[in-house]
Unconditional design. Structure first.
Length: 708
């Protein structure tokens, strides 16, 4: 039984080139996993003792966030060679326990097993060259591919490592110990200590939770962990649903269990970088047309929780791992490519407001992940949609159509696909970062993109959603430390652009439209009836009373103030205090307007019931709910159809109180017109104070003021 594995993860990894500029060699990804995580996946129940030195803090923070095995870290800073840190690491292994010592850049084959023997075991390379070889029970410093010392040593117990020096080459020290080893050929193993070896790896186009297998003209895809299996189920369901709808821009599906589809005779869109702009425009037009058709197949009412989770909740959850992992992640300002960028950590409330203002009324049928990496082109440039997301927040199939558009924008101007293939450089300095991503070659089509979408999305909306998309990628791309950092920095970079583009005007535009649309729902007949009754009430010597509670109180006060300034008889009746004596102000002949958004407030219902018992009192309801208890109690009513309050949650009395004010002030101004009031005779005597009184005192009434 072997329970302890010591991993030598020290050294600067200078032979790995730029791959180790920001991280230790142990975190360089190989086949969608950091090197050291291949050991974690292979031996999940073992106890690991990991030796680090170069970029030790990065290794420490990364393992804390993502390692799901039992481990102990040893810092070997200040020491050199493969002996560095070994003495301390060995001290954590109990007496009489077998242990494996392995170099972090050695990736073992899936079928490689720990030999069950009491002897010391030496792993021998059969597939790659090593600096040392083991022959005739001797270590020889000679390059070998057949019997190379691969950096894999099993010791019967830790006594074999007594006296190991703090510095120096471990194999050289081992040679002088004259230990005998049983040999274990490490077939199909590979060492990735050289950049040239790493660069030979195929560029994986799927996430670590998926597996792709290509057999002839067919592609097989399956999930390999819980996350991958769930995503695969959603992908299958999406394909089935769209096939039923007759959508043509899909691959031919041969089976759903396992998912088997045609191998497209073509490439991903991002691979068409050298074609003409005219051809690119044609492709982009076809792609947008295809997605637009899908969006219009079906819809459902938008769900706020799903919208919030898809854009913000998911992003904030992933960013939790970033704060202690990424350099500068806790700084208020991060300098990225020379631009000072505000950190979302300190602007979450503002970002939430910006995102929520774009929530649509309806969710459309969407793809959900239509980057250029998930769109193939046939030989005739017909787009084929692959790898659908299949959900949006908590909603299956349906979501914000802008979620699809921003994924195209993601590839179009920010070159996500090249980033995903690790074709970028990241230089983290003391005062900021420099991030350069290879181009997809489609940036010049940004204007074409917005022209094709017309007014469906705005540039500021896309820039904001682009920032959110990058930030959401951070720990989704957890397998590569540089990708985590790069995604975070790209998110902040585009968020700063969104901040610079954002102002209150988009909110004003959208909210004023809500108010305008709501005003149009007021019955002209009922409004004219109310105005006529108000006019007759005043002409007959009675008063107009506005009654409300909560946020409607200052609205009523403002109306009464305007009426009194005009010399018109008006009063305010607080709904609560009315039943404690204030109802005495209501006389036969008076007109009372009850303001209530819901039409169901218990206090208002009680007051109306009492007022209806008084002879000669004219009652009107001003509400936003046609189907309410109070609406049923009134024959005379103004009902306003308001779609949204204009706040983040459609809860705060915002647009409803504004509309109440507009309606009441309209009544006051219209009454002044109908009663032929003048400034000199009716307004000036009642308003001698303040700036208005001063203005009226020193000027005569103007006769040439244009009518409103």
């Amino acid at each position: 039984m072997l329970d302890y594995i010591i991993v030598q993860a020290g050294g600067k990894g200078t032979r790995m080139g730029g791959l180790t500029q920001n991280k230790p060699k142990a975190l360089v990804p190989v086949n969608n996993l950091p090197m050291i995580f291949h050991l974690f996946r292979k031996y999940p129940d073992k106890k690991f003792i990991i030796i680090g030195d170069y970029k030790y803090d990065v290794l420490k923070r990364y393992l804390y966030e993502f390692a799901d095995v039992k481990y102990k870290l040893v810092c070997a800073s200040g020491h050199t060679g493969t002996c560095a840190g070994l003495a301390e690491a060995v001290s954590f292994v109990p007496q009489n326990e077998r242990l494996l010592l392995i170099w972090c850049d050695l990736i073992l084959a899936d079928d490689c097993e720990l030999l069950d023997t009491k002897e010391n075991v030496l792993g021998i390379s059969r597939d790659f060259p090593c600096r040392w070889k083991y022959e005739n029970h001797e270590f020889i410093e000679e390059r070998s591919c057949e019997c190379g010392v691969a950096g894999y040593f099993i010791f019967k117990d830790k006594s074999c490592l007594e006296g190991v020096p703090k510095d120096g080459e471990f194999v050289k020290w081992l040679r002088d110990r004259r230990y005998k080893f049983s040999v274990q050929p490490l077939l199909k193993a590979h060492e990735y200590g050289l950049y040239s070896e790493w660069d030979k790896l195929p560029k994986i186009k799927c996430r670590p939770f998926n597996e792709l297998r290509i057999e002839g003209d067919r592609v097989y895809k399956r999930g390999i962990d819980e996350q991958g299996i769930k995503l695969s189920e959603r992908e299958v369901a999406w394909y089935q649903k769209l096939q039923q709808k007759g959508v043509g821009n899909l691959p031919v599906i041969y089976s759903y269990g396992p998912l088997c589809m045609e191998r497209i005779d073509g490439n991903n869109i991002y691979e068409y970088s050298s074609i003409s702009d005219a051809e690119k425009k044609q492709i982009l037009r076809a792609l947008i047309h295809c997605l637009d058709n899908i969006h219009h197949l079906e819809s459902m009412p938008a769900e706020r929780d799903s919208y919030y989770d898809a854009y913000l909740g998911k992003t904030y959850e992933r960013l939790k791992k970033v704060w202690n992992l990424v350099p500068f992640a806790k700084d208020k300002i991060v300098t990225i490519n020379g631009r000072p960028c505000r950190n979302i950590l300190y602007h979450q409330e503002e970002v939430e407001r910006m995102v929520m203002q774009y929530m649509p009324d309806k969710f459309a049928l969407i793809h959900g992940d239509c980057t250029f990496s998930n769109i193939m082109l046939r030989v005739d440039h017909t787009p084929v949609l692959i790898d659908p997301r299949g959900y949006f927040g908590n909603t299956e199939f349906y979501g914000d159509a802008a979620y699809d558009w921003v994924k195209i924008y993601y590839s179009l101007i920010s070159n996500y696909d090249q980033f995903n293939l690790k074709r970028f450089t990241l230089d983290i300095k003391e005062d900021g970062v420099r991030l350069d991503i290879r181009s997809n070659g489609w940036e010049r089509l940004e204007d074409e993109f917005f022209d094709l979408l017309k007014s469906e999305v705005s540039r500021s909306q896309m820039k904001l959603f682009l920032a959110i998309t990058w930030l959401s990628l951070t720990t989704y791309a957890w397998e590569d430390y540089d990708s985590i950092c790069g995604a975070f920095y790209m998110g902040l970079y585009y968020l700063e652009e969104a901040f610079e583009m954002e102002s209150a005007f988009p909110y004003f535009e959208k909210n004023s439209k809500l108010i305008e649309d709501a005003l149009k729902t007021i019955s002209k007949r009922q409004m004219e009836h109310l105005l006529s009754e108000c006019e007759m009430t005043l002409r007959d010597g009675y008063k107009i009373i506005a009654s409300g509670l909560g946020k409607n109180v200052p609205i009523c006060d403002k109306f009464v103030g305007t009426m009194l300034s005009l010399g018109l008889n008006a009063g305010f009746l607080h709904t609560n205090s009315a039943v404690h004596g204030d109802m005495g102000m209501v006389k036969p002949g008076d007109l009372v307007m009850i303001l209530t958004k819901s039409g169901a407030t218990a206090e208002s219902v009680y007051l109306v019931d009492l007022l209806k018992r008084r002879d000669g009192v004219k009652l009107w309801l001003l509400s936003f709910n046609q189907h309410s208890e109070l609406a049923d109690m009134f024959d005379k009513k103004i009902i306003i159809n308001l779609k949204h309050e204009g706040d983040l949650w459609d809860i705060v009395p915002n647009n409803s109180t504004t509309l109440n004010l507009i309606v009441l002030q309209t009544i006051a101004i219209e009454l002044a017109k109908r009663l032929n009031l003048t400034v000199d005779k009716d307004f000036r005597p009642n308003h001698p104070g303040g700036a208005i009184g001063c203005k009226l005192k020193h000027q005569k009434e103007k006769r040439d003021v244009p009518e409103f």
